[in-house]
Ligand binder design. Structure first.
Ligand code: ADP
Ligand code: MG
Length: 613
């Protein structure tokens, strides 16, 4: 029995156009053809598995379900075969000769709209099977359908207008794609090169992939397995493999969702925050997969920026395989994924904080800075993030923290504000003059030690209807305390503040008796809402000449302090000396406020004062 002669077919007009572009394209990431062909092979195997469930009479039924790849660098060929569902003659014509595939359709449509032969669009839309022609002189597809009655066929094309189909007597079940490489693409026939590409894109494909006799994909797509059958060690091993990490993960979240999108995600928080160690800004590293095939190892928009410390994998069946790698063709879809995953991760942190407070606090000590960034910048998730912030306070022990919710739960009925103080550490804030008035009134004050805190607090603005307020700001009004014995009378206090205002002149905006001092003689309050001490330092550092922003401070004095009583006595009798003392009191207050820029005049003055002792 003789086999019929090869039959020649013209490609459908659109395919011809597509191929013309693909074969002449200068698209640089040509290696994606491997991803496309392996994913087709994997799809074909998956389809066979389903067919086996319902059909009895399957051709070559004993064949292992696997993908076999061989390279021949002498002949410059690559062969990718699978034992999947295969194609009949009619299916070869239908699937490879006409435009059924949505990515290719979209590609042509966009191309028509943009009116150019933009090579990048290939990467953006993926052109599926046809991407082989970026690297191929000729492509042969040997295929035998699972249907036993049909003989095997080979489909052959150079990608120029037409293809041929003829019978191929010895075909095994499935498809075997033989690529004869263009001379300038011969590198792809190197074993190491192909191995590298396969490891990048296909490490988790569920069917075995063998390259030149060696198994490539040994790690399972853990994220698709059920949580309760995975051991901790397996998770750790996976984390190390996937994130190229050497540490153990600190936290992990493994979840799946069906609505509004089908998602399987496995996220890890590393042990250490490398940004904190002084390494460069972390790059987003949660990889995006579609049914175990890598779409993008570092998708920028998959998670908000402040979650850039996360590692792991997100897999969504709803993604088209050819979703753009450069610009994320389907923004809306990625945005949806982003929302779902971020919400879920925040919920996870909330649960951790509640159920494993110690572990959460350790996480926070390492990664809290990212949450602060989120609280200040991510308007969508701000409310959820703010709940996760932690601070020491005037009521916590050193090293112990409180949440804003706990702070609010301790508030008196009429307190409308949440007070905070920024300082380098606990000791500095406790030694400063600002805290005592709050302490005397039993008002809790949050302690903020990080340079960003100021910015975070002013961006967060409020929590649970309570305004976040800097305790060292001049606008803060505190309730009266009973007047203690031995203070200067109201009259004398008035005289003293008027005299101080006059002698200190330009250096102060206002001088008045304080309602917040208990022990200290005086304090300086920043009267400029927008120019906080931290802000001033920053402005100064940014200016080349180091010029100071003009200061606007209010000096508040404590009429109960011995220093003030003594100053009141001397300001009339020895005004010269009293003026030196007044200047010194102001400088002391500025030091506590972090507002003294130049201590030189102070040193000279101190010597003068010491002479008169
Ligand atoms: P897509 O995979 O998105 O459908 P492709 O251009 O990659 O688009 O492939 C076109 C079609 O060709 C596939 O839908 C499938 O029907 C068929 N096909 C491709 N490769 C194989 C294969 N290895 N085995 C069986 N069918 C295949
Ligand atoms: Mg495909």
């Amino acid at each position: 029995m003789s086999t019929p002669a090869p039959q020649k077919f013209e490609f459908q007009a659109e395919i011809a156009q597509l191929l013309d572009i693909v074969t002449h394209s200068l698209y640089t990431e040509k290696e994606i053809f491997v991803r496309e062909l392996v994913s087709n092979a994997s799809d074909a195997l998956e389809k066979l598995r389903h067919t086996q469930l319902t059909e009895k009479d399957i051709y070559d039924d004993k064949a292992e379900l696997e993908i076999t790849i061989t390279t021949d660098d002498k002949a410059k060929t690559i062969t990718i075969s699978d034992t999947g569902i295969g194609m009949t003659r009619a299916e070869l014509v239908q699937n490879l000769g006409t435009i059924a595939h949505s990515g290719s359709k979209q590609f042509l449509k966009t191309l028509g709209e943009s009116g150019s032969k933009n090579a990048n669009l290939i990467g953006q839309f993926g052109v599926g099977f046809y991407s082989a022609f970026m690297v191929a002189k000729t492509v042969k597809v040997y295929s035998h359908s699972w249907r036993a009655a049909e003989p095997g066929h080979v489909w052959t094309s150079t990608g120029a207008g037409s293809y041929e189909i003829e019978e191929a007597p010895d075909a095994r079940r499935g498809s075997k794609i033989v690529i004869e490489l263009k001379d300038d693409c011969a590198d792809y026939a190197q074993d190491w090169k192909m191995k590298e590409i396969l490891e990048r894109y296909s490490a988790f494909v569920s069917y075995p992939i063998n390259l030149n006799g060696k198994r490539i994909n040994t790690v399972q797509a853990l994220w698709l397995r059920s949580k309760n059958e995975i051991k901790d060690e397996e998770y750790t091993e996976f984390y190390k493999f996937q994130a190229h990490a050497y540490d153990e993960p600190r936290l992990r979240l493994h979840f799946s969702a069906d609505a509004p999108l089908s998602i399987n995600a496995l996220l890890f928080v590393p042990k250490e925050n490398t940004e904190k160690l002084g390494f460069a800004r972390t790059e987003p590293a949660v990889a995006l997969y579609c049914r175990k095939v890598l779409i993008d190892p570092k998708p920028k928009l998959l998670l908000p920026e402040w979650l850039r410390f996360l590692k792991g994998v997100v897999d969504s069946e709803d993604l088209p395989l050819n979703i753009s790698r450069e610009t994320m063709q389907d923004k809306a879809l990625i945005e949806k994924l982003n929302k779902v995953i971020t919400k879920r991760f925040l919920k996870f942190l909330e649960d951790e904080a509640k159920n494993r407070a110690d572990a959460y606090n350790e996480f926070y000590a390492e990664f809290g800075i990212f949450l602060k960034e989120g609280a200040a910048m991510d308007f969508t998730h701000k409310d959820q993030i703010v709940k996760l912030l932690r601070f020491e306070s005037s009521l916590t022990e050193k090293g112990k923290t409180t949440s804003l919710a706990d702070y609010v739960s301790r508030l008196g009925a009429d307190q409308k504000e949440i007070y905070y103080l920024v300082g380098p550490n606990r000791a500095a804030i406790e030694a400063g003059p600002y805290l005592e008035g709050f302490k005397a009134r039993n008002l809790e004050v949050l302690f903020c030690y990080e340079p960003v805190d100021e910015y975070v607090m002013s961006n967060v603005r409020e929590f649970d209807g309570k305004k976040l307020t800097a305790a060292d700001h001049a606008d803060v009004k505190l309730a009266d305390l009973p007047k203690p014995e031995g203070a200067l009378s109201e009259d004398d206090t008035k005289k003293l503040t008027a005299w101080l205002k006059e002698s200190l002149g330009e250096r102060v905006a206002d001088v008045k008796a304080s309602d917040r001092l208990v022990d200290s003689p005086a304090l300086a309050l920043n009267a400029d809402k927008f120019m906080t001490p931290q802000m001033r330092r920053m402005m100064k550092a940014m200016k080349k000449d180091g010029a100071d922003e003009p200061l606007k401070v209010n000096l508040e004095i404590n009429p109960r302090s011995a220093v003030m009583k003594r100053l009141f006595e001397t300001h009339a009798s020895s005004p010269e000396k009293a003026k030196l003392v007044a200047e010194q009191i102001l400088d002391n207050a500025l030091i506590s406020a972090g507002l003294l820029d130049d201590a030189t005049p102070m040193v000279a003055r101190l010597y003068k004062l010491l002479e008169s002792v």
